[in-house]
Ligand binder design. Structure first.
Ligand SMILES: *Cc1c(COP(=O)(O)O)cnc(C)c1O
Length: 396
């Protein structure tokens, strides 16, 4: 089989020519002054994407799950009361980690087509004032929903709790403001809205979080999972010494991906994601299908999850779209696998008419299976939304 013509998935997605070229640039010694400066510069770029946060940026050398696991391990003390907010597969998964590391787990779970209500978080704090840590997923990629972290995290901070936010699929596509919203540790991935390669965790750690990690005897030290090693060796060592060798090619690739976003301007990039998502939802509805998210207010802008229509199975739909039309879409994830499919519009896939390609591939595939859909209406509705914007293509 050859390469897909369009990768419209929930990530990893395609990269820009500049990012691909950077990934192929010469491998240098990690202590070469050129690389030390590039590494430090990447920290500054990531801080800019996190709305210019004053938090330390830690670039862990592994897919975002490394950063998520390292954060849970670093902050949880056995017996600590932690509130996990679960509105989807990733949120639920994080709770299992907290429990495994000894947390006394309080979980607020909502159906996976809904978002967490800040008022419910306030109520849990009134019942359980001993909660010291709150974990939440910003954009629940598997169900295409978004949680209001700008309301939830200030509540947690008011009650003296630390916050951990999984921003893996929101950074670069949605505003993430750690300093304004009281986000103590944020973990993002380059392979979602940044259109980068999938080998790094972009972690932002606040001073409050560092104090808690230092005070935690259970926090990993001398370990690939250690945030503290990065703080003590690299950051406090004046950025001259790594705890272990970073993956040089990833650093080059992620830097280029960040440059793409920062040069275009973060607000413009976020607006493009918003527009692509709105176009996709409009197209889905006009085709006669149904978005998974209960309302547009809680729909994430990096991916649109679509309820499985009757008359076709998810695996068959995806295979047909890929084999017949060269378009790679995503299934659900975890327990959502048989229930929905997803059209990704993150990073470069949010540009130009990619959404129209995704809608056409899905609509025509369903028609090929005999499922009644109005693909043309969907395309028309999506184009209507796209053309109302300031410009979505590379000439814009
Ligand atoms: C992509 C993603 C991750 C990383 O998980 P993988 O399955 O390894 O890609 C974590 N959290 C969220 C919300 C994500 O979208």
């Amino acid at each position: 089989m050859h390469q897909p013509d369009f990768t419209l998935t929930a990530g990893p997605i395609s990269a820009s020519p500049r990012t691909l070229a950077a990934l192929g640039s010469p491998i240098v010694f990690d202590y070469d002054p050129v690389f030390l400066e590039r590494f430090a510069a990447l920290e500054r770029k990531v801080a800019a994407l996190y709305a210019g946060t004053k938090s330390d940026i830690v670039l862990m050398q592994g897919e975002a799950v490394l950063g998520l696991e390292a954060t849970a391990r670093s902050l949880v003390r056995p017996g600590m009361t932690c509130l996990n907010l679960a509105s989807g597969v990733y949120g639920k998964w994080f709770g299992r980690w907290l429990a495994e590391y000894g947390a006394d787990l309080v979980e607020l779970e909502v159906p996976y087509d809904e978002a967490v209500d800040p008022a419910a978080v306030e109520r849990v704090f009134r019942e359980r004032p001993e909660i010291e840590l709150v974990s939440v997923v910003h954009s629940e990629t598997p169900s295409g929903t978004v949680n209001p972290i700008h309301e939830i995290c200030p509540i947690a901070k008011r009650h003296g709790a630390l916050t951990i936010v999984d921003c893996v699929s929101s950074l670069g596509g949605t505003e993430v403001r750690p300093d304004d919203w009281g986000l103590d540790v944020c973990i993002a991935g380059p392979q979602k809205c940044l259109s980068g390669p999938p080998g790094m965790s972009l972690v932002a750690v606040s001073d409050d979080a560092w104090a808690a990690i230092r005070a935690n005897p259970a926090a990993p030290r001398g370990s690939f999972l250690s945030l503290l090693d990065w703080k003590e060796t690299w950051i406090e060592g004046g950025r001259t010494q790594f705890p272990y060798t970073p993956s040089v090619a990833e650093v080059h690739g992620v830097s280029a991906a960040c440059d793409d976003v920062l040069e275009e301007g973060l607000p413009a990039v976020i607006e493009r994601h918003d527009r692509a998502a709105a176009a996709c939802r409009a197209g889905i509805r006009a085709m006669g299908l149904e978005p998974w998210a209960k309302s547009d207010e809680i729909a994430t802008n990096c991916v649109t999850a679509v309820r499985k229509p009757d008359g076709a199975e998810i695996a068959g739909i995806l295979r047909h779209a890929r084999e017949r039309y060269g378009v790679m879409l995503s299934a659900g994830y975890g327990e959502l696998k048989p229930k929905l499919l997803r059209i990704g519009h993150m990073g470069v896939a949010s540009r130009s008419l990619n959404v129209v390609v995704g809608l056409s591939a899905l609509g025509r595939t369903l028609a090929d299976f005999g499922v009644p859909v109005r693909t043309g209406d969907g395309v028309e509705a999506a184009l209507e939304v796209l053309s109302a914007g300031a410009g979505v293509g590379s000439a814009a």
